[in-house]
Ligand binder design. Structure first.
Ligand code: BES
Ligand code: MN
Ligand code: MN
Length: 456
């Protein structure tokens, strides 16, 4: 395996890494309004870098939220067009006190780079750009046509990119998409992700009394919105993890017997997973399904936080007038987010206890997807990964969601190659997020070789 682009990447690796550190210093947190300018700045840095390395038409595309970044290079006559996707926004870094080094001061420790966004997804966005740079610098051209579309709202539902893709703009016409935003199943095991769960993220607000009340004077007569939410939440799933919303599972498409058989052959140690990844006394979930089935292919429901009431130190005897619960559901292939939300809303309104009014709101939704594997792009990817990693690719699903993957297929007719380089212990969305540096380096090589194979 040798190509001049690979040599260029290897010779320039230290610079690539320094640039990634600078890139990670910008706190591009998409959910908090205070970081709006940081998100725009990050987009501008990307557009400028894309044009510096020789990509053309690099520009920001405005949305109602954070801007998209677009660029292209379309001079490979007769060759297919690959759409590069990644996201430049990151999750909030809290709880800050748990970070060993500060989230926006990228720090190397034992072969890893620690920072918020290191692996999800700025490190992987940067490796896509560096693969393009290596090819353009070494060969003066790309082996296929390339369009780049980067977003800054993936972590908050990706509405801007969804609207843009759904309008089928001519500048997105592509034969396949390359998505670098997932994980490898295990270290050194090249992985393609062929299924992602969808999701609905919701908020339930319960209102009781007109105003906060003294709990001694009114306790016994006034409704308590937190207790009401607890009662509602307790009826959303049973003790076996089965969701109780009527009709919720209708239409769900389970994985085939063949796919389930391939999952059984993956190197998975449930006890190690429990101890080192989850760190709980026991694993929970639906009886009769393996951990991989439960996290990859079954719908689930989780509560993320319950803002409201008194949360300060010490005690305050109050019956809060209102309380909120942030609740999301992961959806399996075949399930429709709009329908799932209607069923959920209807059920929550029905079971809400007397004395409270509930408001059930949808914050964002995304489709589940299964990716097709019998196409030349997936074949090109497995050849490339075999060369770079020296092993056969495993095909897995992920419990996480990347809503735009389904939209690429639906609106652009483009199958995705979902090729990610994270590791299971990279602490995505958690304190001490990291990117394994070997994976950063081999990720660049993998994308270079993928494009060379796709252009053969
Ligand atoms: N990159 C993740 C999704 C992911 C994580 C895929 C691990 C595969 C393995 C992505 O950035 C993410 O966190 N997505 C959100 C989407 C949601 C906000 C619509 C998620 O899954 O919670
Ligand atoms: Mn991501
Ligand atoms: Mn994420």
């Amino acid at each position: 395996m040798s190509s001049s682009a690979l040599s260029f990447a290897h010779q320039n690796y230290n610079r690539f890494l320094d640039e990634l550190k600078d890139f990670l210093r910008i706190p591009s947190i998409s959910t908090t309004p205070e970081h709006k300018e940081d998100c725009r700045h990050t987009a501008e840095v990307l557009a400028k870098e894309l044009s510096r390395i020789g990509m053309e038409n690099a520009r920001l595309i405005e949305t109602e939220g954070h801007p998209l970044v677009y660029a292209d290079w379309l001079h490979a006559k007769g060759k297919p067009t690959v759409l590069f996707y990644a996201h430049y926004d990151v999750q909030p870094p809290d709880p800050l006190e748990e970070w060993v080094s500060p989230p926006f001061e990228p720090t190397e420790r034992n072969g890893n780079l620690y920072a918020r966004g290191a692996v999800d997804d700025k490190g992987q966005a940067w490796l896509e750009v560096k693969a393009l740079e290596s090819l353009l610098a070494a060969d003066g051209k790309l082996p296929v046509n390339v369009r780049v579309l980067l977003e800054g709202e993936e972590e908050v539902g990706g509405e801007g990119i969804a609207n843009f893709v759904a309008s089928r703009p001519p500048e997105l016409k592509s034969d396949c998409a390359l998505v670098c935003d997932t994980e490898m199943f295990a270290p050194d095991l090249p992985t393609l992700c062929i299924g992602l769960r969808g999701m609905i993220y919701t908020e339930v607000e319960a209102r009781g009394a007109r105003t906060d009340l003294h709990s001694g004077m009114y306790g016994g007569a006034a409704p308590n919105p937190f207790v009401a939410l607890a009662q509602i939440i307790a009826q959303l799933k049973d003790e076996n993890g089965h969701i109780l919303i009527p009709g919720f599972y209708d239409g769900m498409i389970p994985p085939s017997a063949e796919e389930l058989a391939t999952w059984k052959r993956l190197p998975f140690d449930e006890e190690k997973y429990r101890k080192t990844e989850v760190g709980s006394k026991e694993l929970v979930g639906e009886a009769g399904y393996s951990v991989l089935e439960r996290t990859w292919a079954r719908p689930t429901l989780d509560v993320h936080g319950m803002p409201g009431g008194f949360t300060g130190a010490g005690a305050k005897t109050v019956i809060p007038a209102k309380a909120t619960a942030k609740i999301s559901m992961r959806l399996a292939p075949g399930m429709d987010p709009a329908r799932a939300f209607e069923q959920y809303k209807h059920y929550v309104e029905k079971i809400a206890p007397a004395g409270v009014e509930v408001d059930v709101r949808l914050i964002h939704a995304g489709d589940p997807c299964v990716v097709s594997v019998d196409n030349r792009y997936v074949q090109a990817a497995t050849r490339a990964l075999h060369e770079v990693w020296g092993k056969d690719t495993v095909f897995i699903r992920s419990g996480g969601s990347i809503p735009i993957v389904g939209a690429f297929e639906r609106y652009l007719g483009a199958p995705s190659v979902v090729m990610g380089f994270g590791l299971p212990d990279d602490n995505l969305h958690a304190p001490n997020e990291k990117f394994n540096l070997k994976n950063f380096a081999l990720g660049i090589d993998s994308v270079i070789r993928f494009l060379e194979e796709a252009g053969r």
